[in-house]
Design a protein around this ligand. Structure first.
Ligand SMILES: [Zn+2]
Length: 249
């Protein structure tokens, strides 16, 4: 049964992959999901900018980098920031039948790790201790094996590029039921993340950095850094497309 399932998965991936580089089909695309929405905008940075704005900027940069790397069939999902439940987001994403979902987010921390300061006359919250990017997959995704492989490669490419990778405080791991992997800083299993669990294809969630860290916030707003991170993501996606093609043969 497992073998039949595996072969079926490979066949489906091969079929899907056939149109990835064609740029004509709306199916089999790499879907870049802009996390959150304008009205439910996620975390707030040390200087008061919403996570949604960071997510949209980075998702645009990643979309452009994928296209520069020859992957024309890319869907930038919810760039306009429409409000929707996680269930609705999953439904709409699955209706587009993507080959891979990359959900773009930026990270914050529990309030106990944050300190007070003032920026442009307004009270804000920040942290000094933690920073860095992290990548998540869900073991409850129907393509958990592929999702994990893609997340691990993305983490590896970021490490090779010298990017900071986030090590969660133990408290956050326990409270959120997140699993870390020794020797693979920045890679996490987080089964209950709705988009990852519900996607009908391999899916990973990228927390691009810690926007409550004052230094990292400035880095994440820098266009050159956005391009650098986007290039690493595009390289990793290209690696994984090659892998999927190999499996398909
Ligand atoms: Zn988020």
């Amino acid at each position: 049964m497992a073998r039949v399932l595996f072969l079926s998965v490979c066949f489906i991936l091969l079929l899907n992959n056939a149109t990835v580089f064609g740029g004509e089909s709306t199916t089999s695309a790499i879907l870049v999901d802009v996390g959150h929405s304008r009205s439910q905008s996620g975390a707030v940075s040390a200087r008061g900018r919403t996570e949604f704005e960071f997510n949209r900027d980075m998702a645009r940069a990643i979309t452009a980098a994928l296209r520069r790397n020859g992957i024309q069939n890319v869907i930038l999902f919810n760039e306009e920031g429409a409000n929707m439940s996680i269930a609705e987001r999953v439904r709409r994403i699955n209706a587009l039948q993507p080959l891979l979902v990359i959900s773009i987010h930026h990270n914050s921390l529990f309030p106990k790790y944050l300190k007070n300061w003032s920026w442009q006359g307004k009270p804000r919250r920040y942290c000094e201790k933690y920073r860095g990017a992290s990548v998540y997959f869900s073991q409850e995704n129907d393509f958990a094996g592929q999702s994990r492989a893609i997340a691990a490669d993305l983490r590896l490419q970021m490490a090779k590029a010298g990017m900071n990778l986030h090590q969660h405080p133990e408290l956050e791991l326990r409270k959120k039921d997140i699993v870390a992997f020794p020797g693979q800083a920045g890679l996490y299993r987080y089964d209950s993340l709705g988009v990852l669990r519900g996607a009908d294809c391999p899916a990973v969630l990228l927390e691009c950095g810690m926007i409550v860290n004052r230094d990292e916030e400035l880095l994440l707003r820098d266009k050159a850094y956005q391009r650098k991170l986007a290039a690493v993501v595009a390289k990793s996606v290209k690696n994984q497309l090659k892998l999927l093609e190999t499996i398909g043969k």
